[in-house]
Design a protein around this ligand. Structure first.
Ligand code: MN3
Length: 237
């Protein structure tokens, strides 16, 4: 499957996820992937991920931090009408060709919006298991699910400053653990490691500081309790 097709399917899957969150099924889905971008609703209550991720962190993280990425993304795109309807994933893949003023907007705020939309959607209070296909790919790459968690957490601990740790599937169909600084992501054309995200873990302090303070390792341990393996498996082709 070529990249355009994969991107299309992933975008569609993400959009379908957003539609299912809507209260009124006839309402237009949240414009989280179309200009002007809007903040998607969480697919669960703010306190649903307690005790692993606390209610106050979720409220501030979603309502304030994520909203700010959306607002600054829209503001930044205002003077670039030619790029408003291109879609974030296209803009990510063409990042090095974008006008200089737009490049940082897409990296920081486009990335911030996309990464958080993906992040919320792959968390859940309901326990689930990876699909057989995904479990088998994880086992053959990392040895076991526990080894994957261990390896991802170890990698997340090496991030200096703010960033994300990802499980991606590369163009060669290999699973790989990678990190990105700031709000960059593995879909960006100049990412050191490119691929389709399966799991994203926000390692910015704002994701855990209220509850875990400096104990990043405890946050990383806890977040695996709320990973939505059904969603992760859906991302795996
Ligand atoms: Mn964040």
């Amino acid at each position: 499957m070529n990249n355009t097709r994969r991107d299309f399917i992933k975008t569609t899957a993400l959009a379908a996820g957003a539609i299912s969150l809507g209260i009124n099924s006839n309402a237009k889905p949240a414009n989280f992937n179309e200009y002007p971008y809007t903040l998607p609703q969480l697919p669960y209550a703010y306190n649903a991920l307690e005790p692993h991720i606390d209610e106050k962190t979720m409220m501030i993280h979603h309502d304030k931090h994520h909203q700010a990425y959306v607002d600054k993304l829209n503001a930044g795109l205002e003077k670039f009408p030619d790029y408003q309807q291109k879609g974030l994933q296209n803009l990510f893949s063409q990042i090095i060709m974008l006008p200089a003023d737009l490049k940082m907007v897409i990296r920081n705020h486009g990335g911030g919006h996309w990464n958080h939309s993906f992040f919320w959607n792959q968390l859940s209070p309901t326990t689930s298991q990876p699909s057989e296909k995904l479990a088998s790919a994880i086992n053959s790459t990392f040895g076991s699910i526990d080894k994957l968690k261990e390896e991802m957490n170890k990698t997340a601990m090496t991030i200096f400053g703010s960033g994300w740790v990802w499980l991606i599937e590369t163009a060669m169909k290999e699973l790989k653990i990678v990190t990105t600084p700031n709000q960059y992501n593995p879909l960006m054309g100049d990412a050191a490691d490119k691929g389709a995200p399966l799991i994203a873990i926000d390692v910015w302090e704002h994701a855990y500081y209220l509850k875990y303070q400096n104990k990043r390792a405890d946050y990383l341990e806890a977040i695996w309790n709320v990973i939505n393996w059904n969603k992760v498996s859906d991302s795996h082709f």
